[in-house]
Design a protein around this ligand. Structure first.
Ligand SMILES: [Fe+2]
Length: 177
């Protein structure tokens, strides 16, 4: 049965309003996997003619979550970062994304310093979605031609988020994928 972006967003708003916390967000993650398996959705937003770039396709007036579509020609690798007080869900439509999860070992007491340890690595292939809770730290490696949906609990341009340099042991405010 077809599943549209509009139906997905209606369901997501209902889920987030009715089930706060990680459980609701995991239900949204599973629902996003269902959307990513809809051929019409993928063709419309992530088809061969999709313009490279990042587009916000929905912002919920009720709960504040955002749905963005990312389209890349060339792959790239980004540094470890968090999404501040926001959660995030990444769902792959085309190509793949490798996620590296990091643990922060220090207490955040020394300004500009952070001690990170690599925790685990997983790969998102088409139809798969991964969830990150507030303050989770991850790095992202995008394949050539990767197209994915990214959801955030809040518009990340409106909150403080952190970018880490694991080898130098440093951290600074910044906004990354
Ligand atoms: Fe991210």
């Amino acid at each position: 049965m077809a599943y549209t972006l509009e139906e997905f967003c209606e369901n997501t708003t209902r889920t987030l309003a009715g089930t706060p916390g990680a459980a609701g967000r995991d239900a949204v993650r599973q629902d996003l996997e269902k959307l990513l398996k809809d051929k019409d959705f993928v063709a419309k937003y992530c088809g061969p003619d999709a313009e490279p770039g990042i587009r916000t396709v929905y912002r919920c007036p009720e709960t504040g979550y955002n749905v963005l579509v990312h389209v890349y020609e060339k792959g790239k690798k980004g540094p470890p970062h968090d999404h501040g007080d926001s959660w995030a869900i990444y769902g792959q439509a085309v190509g793949h994304t490798v996620m590296t999860i990091w643990k922060r070992l220090d207490g955040g007491d020394a300004k500009g310093k952070a001690n990170l340890e690599q925790d685990k690595v997983f790969r998102l292939d088409p139809g798969m979605a991964g969830k990150f809770e507030p303050r989770d730290i991850h790095g992202i490696e995008i394949s050539d031609g990767s197209k994915f949906v990214r959801m955030t609990g809040t518009d990340l341009n409106t909150i403080e988020t952190l970018v880490f340099n694991a080898s130098e042991g440093t951290v600074q405010p910044g906004n990354r994928l």
